[in-house]
Design a protein around this ligand. Structure first.
Ligand SMILES: NC(=O)c1ccc[n+]([C@@H]2O[C@H](COP(=O)([O-])OP(=O)(O)OC[C@H]3O[C@@H](n4cnc5c(N)ncnc54)[C@H](O)[C@@H]3O)[C@@H](O)[C@H]2O)c1
Length: 371
């Protein structure tokens, strides 16, 4: 399918660790034109621009003045998301934001209201839900292969990202920890499959007060931990489904991407929701007898949500990884945090429109925008 219009002009704000994956993918999508790389650290922005063939680099304010930029891809650290996204919206740009949408639900609400007012769009990671693995899981469930979906079990355990991330402090501050850093992958996948949540309860603990950077030029540097590093949460959905999640940076044992959905007839093992591909398997009554179902769809990786948003902007249709879903996931995470502190069940009030599934042959490398 083609729509009228030029490729959508994009600026990347925040040229750190994850920007490489975005830039290499987005430069290969003909419907996007990456025009500018921005960062607080101008040298870092220039280096990424040079590496990926982006014409211009500089401070974020300059990116927002670029007349060709319609969509700002915000890859800053969580504490900067609301401010940097707010500036893009104020400049009349649509904005894609890495997860989490903001540090708190109130700031998230404000961002969406400002975007509404300005007539621009907000999209938010994770876009792994658009990948072959999770879209195949959705198709399998929608086709009735497990009966009526009823419960989910999610497990993510590892010793912590300070082992590999060269600047990991933000991953142990407000806006991160296993809940806010990794939780969005599981909670967004479950939101896509179950719809909106209604209530949560959780316990959490902070394994150690201080951690040590394990890689990069600052290896050996100690830093403080501000957030729970082990979270066990229960989520009740408006549709009656129940999910149990363990998200932990306190485990020598690594268990990544465990996500199962059990229905009235069978259980579906989903791929790691932090990935774009992976096996989907169905087991009937006996857990010993899993039937693999090949994943169908795109595995192109981070930036697919940006591309879907850009095509939707030109086509005048809703995009899939919306700010509303991200706000709902943010509210769930904030309610889980409140439950950990207060020892109570906490309500979740926001909701969202279910995103349309992607066709199995959706091609990010096709040119669909024609002048
Ligand atoms: N690293 C990963 O594997 C990964 C994976 C998925 C998502 N994410 C998400 O991507 C985001 C960035 O993570 P990262 O690991 O790349 O962090 P990072 O610290 O490596 O990079 C962040 C960059 O943003 C810049 N920055 C901060 N505030 C800014 C501001 N106000 N204006 C302009 N630039 C600013 C920093 O200078 C830095 O270069 C986070 O929201 C994170 O949750 C990271």
């Amino acid at each position: 399918m083609t729509a009228m219009g030029e490729p959508v002009g994009v600026a990347v704000v925040g040229c750190g660790t994850i920007s490489s994956a975005y830039l290499s993918n987005m430069m290969s999508f003909p419907d996007l034109r990456v025009l500018f790389c921005a960062d607080l650290d101008i040298e870092r922005a220039k280096a990424q621009a040079a590496k990926y063939g982006v014409a211009a680099a500089g401070p974020a304010a300059q990116a927002l003045e670029h007349p060709g930029v319609e969509l700002v891809v915000n890859l800053t650290v969580p504490a900067a998301h609301a401010e940097t996204a707010g500036a893009a919206i104020a400049a009349g740009k649509s904005v894609w934001i890495e997860k989490p949408l903001a540090l708190d639900t109130a700031s998230g609400h404000r961002l969406l209201a400002e975007a509404d007012e300005a007539g621009v769009r907000v999209g938010c990671a994770p876009d792994t839900v658009l990948g072959a693995g999770l879209q195949t899981a959705r198709r399998v469930i929608d086709a009735g292969a497990i009966g009526v979906p009823q419960t989910a079990l999610a497990l993510m355990q590892n010793p912590g990202p300070e082992r590999w991330h060269p600047d990991p402090e933000f991953l142990f501050q407000r806006g991160a920890g296993p809940l806010f850093d990794v939780g969005p992958y599981y909670l967004t996948a479950l939101a896509t499959l179950f719809g909106p949540a209604q209530q949560v309860a959780a316990v959490g603990r902070r394994g150690r007060g201080r951690r040590v950077i394990g890689s990069g030029p600052r290896a050996g540097t100690e830093f403080g931990v501000d957030v729970p590093t082990h979270v066990a949460a229960l989520v009740g959905y408006a549709g009656g489904q129940a999910a149990s999640l363990v998200l932990s940076f306190d485990s020598p044992l690594r268990r990544h991407g465990f996500l199962e959905v059990t229905g009235t007839e069978a259980t579906l093992a989903l791929p790691d929701p932090n990935n774009f591909d992976g096996d989907v398997r169905v087991a009937a009554a006996s857990g010993d007898d899993w039937t693999p179902i090949p994943a169908e769809g795109t595995t192109a990786g981070r930036g697919l949500g940006v591309l879907d948003m850009a095509r939707a902007m030109r086509g005048g249709v809703p995009h899939r990884a919306t700010g509303e879903i991200a706000l709902h996931v943010l509210e769930i995470m904030e309610a889980i945090e409140r439950s950990i502190s207060a020892g109570t069940f906490e309500p979740v009030r926001t909701t969202f429109a279910a995103p349309a599934p992607l066709a199995a042959d959706w091609d990010p490398h096709a040119r669909t925008l024609m002048a």
